[in-house]
Design a protein around this ligand. Sequence first.
Ligand code: COA
Length: 384
Amino acid sequence: MDYIPGLQGVPATRSSISYLDGQRGILTYRGYPIVELARRSTFEESAYLLLNGELPGVRELADFDGELRRNRRVKYNVRDIMTFLPIDGHPMEMLQTCVASLGMFYPGSERMTADGAGPTADFVNSTAVKILSSMATLVAMWEHIRRGDDPVPPRADLGYAENFLYMMNEREPDPLETRIMDACLVLHAEHTINASTFAALVCGSTLAAPNLVVASAIGTLAGPLHGGANQRVLEMLEGIGSVDRVDAWLEQRLATKQVVWGFGHREYKVKDPRADILQGLLEELREHRGQLSPLYDIAKALEAAAEARLAPKGVYPNVDFYSGLLYEELGIPRDQFTPIFAISRTAGWLAHWKEQLANNRIYRPTQEYTGPEVRSYVPMTQRG
Ligand code: COA
């Protein structure tokens, strides 16, 4: 077997959770096209679908949603941990720290191995709900703590997306803002076996506790090659400055072999279906509000200008091109974009964790050794 850098193209698992056809721009969760789910589902319902394989019935959704609402509060000790973190630290580091600590405040991970055969269904489902529910609380809580304010407590009478925006901005969002947030959470919830999902699978395969599985995935998502390009898109659009400078900027950018942030994807060779949906939501928001940030006009002009130059290479807008613009319109600070991605992707990570537990085998790949032959230890006095 040849060594393949990055394991590109190497099947590392079997999964029935999501499917991606990058040539045709199709992404499905459990067979349902993402376009339909973003328009018609909610994050709660899509998370249930990912975790359990089928869309819930009325009763099942009410029970699952009720559990999510009941589990929104986190222990004050977790909040205490936050107060000791530097306020200018990156929120992804805060999130990984706090999620990693959850197992100490909500013990029970011994049930992972209680009968030697892995955890019970009850443990898997209840901890998945606890973690999924806590994610939004932690991200919003940090927003206030780092400003020196008291966190806004979660409300049990609001849905997941609405409650998150309420906790972040300390005001109830309007229905369109809620729908946009909900669609963003649905769209980012799962994307086959990417780097962070693989990290979750590797950690999960050791039967580590689920909060540690999610903490591993958060650390992996934090890198700029995975989460985070949407923040750079906004900085790039600001750098361009105005619509009439787009052509010259693009010319110079490509001539100096620099990437256009928010364009291109390892898997998609057509426009990312998620980018289309997000752009549609920006249009709706523009109609609703009368106007949007001028950065949106620059983004559209850039997409049009890039069509002739990048489309022949199969390079089109990806999910990050328009998502940051939407988050900014919702009042979310730029360094919180990737934590929001993590909130949403927790549904996918935990779905893969659960799927793998049913047929678990610890990951233990091999390596090609490139070091020296066996040799004798040289005492310090003889090393010069
Ligand atoms: N801007 C300009 N040119 C791009 C480009 C971009 N964003 N993405 C790819 N290209 C060009 C490459 O330079 C290459 O050109 P060449 O054939 O003349 O050398 C060609 O398109 C093929 O690209 P390739 O390197 O095969 O793509 P990839 O699949 O290896 O890379 C990404 C995928 C995501 C790493 C890459 O598109 C990128 O860096 N995008 C910007 C970062 C980003 O938005 N990331 C979020 C992804 S969701």
